[in-house]
Design a protein around this ligand. Structure first.
Ligand SMILES: [Zn+2]
Ligand SMILES: [Zn+2]
Length: 130
């Protein structure tokens, strides 16, 4: 197809249509891939091997951060509101006082800002931005 003289390649996906990890719908065009980087943040001295059950992705989404936030919320992750949803997210393990049986929770941050993280419920953040 052509739009204002710019050629937009049509993506043919007859075999496997990518589905958004956030809403479960088929993704038209290129999926937005988000991966979780396997670094250990200095805030949480937990070795990466202890979190080996974490799937680093890449996860595929529609090109809207809300879909990524919805996915994080469903998996019980927190999102640092000083960051943006980017293709590479850095994991930060956070202690959880209220739930001793699950002693930590995963927070995701883009790791670009230099000040303190501000982890919030991603579902609340998505609602704020709508
Ligand atoms: Zn979606
Ligand atoms: Zn942060």
């Amino acid at each position: 197809m052509e739009l204002y003289g710019v050629r937009i390649p049509t993506i043919v996906t007859d075999n496997i249509a990518a589905r958004c990890a956030g809403c479960g719908e088929v993704i038209e065009g290129w999926p937005w891939r988000v991966s979780i980087l396997d670094i250990v943040a200095p805030e949480a001295p937990v070795s990466w091997t202890e979190s080996a059950n974490l799937n680093p992705g890449p996860f595929e989404f529609h090109g809207d951060p809300k879909h990524v936030l919805a996915w994080m919320a469903r998996r019980g992750m927190l999102f640092c509101r000083r960051s943006q949803v980017r293709e590479i997210m850095r994991p930060v393990w956070l202690p959880v006082d209220a739930h001793p049986q699950e002693s930590r929770r995963l927070g995701l941050c883009d790791g670009i800002h230099r000040d303190d993280h501000e982890f919030v419920d991603p579902a609340a953040l998505a609602a704020d931005r709508s």
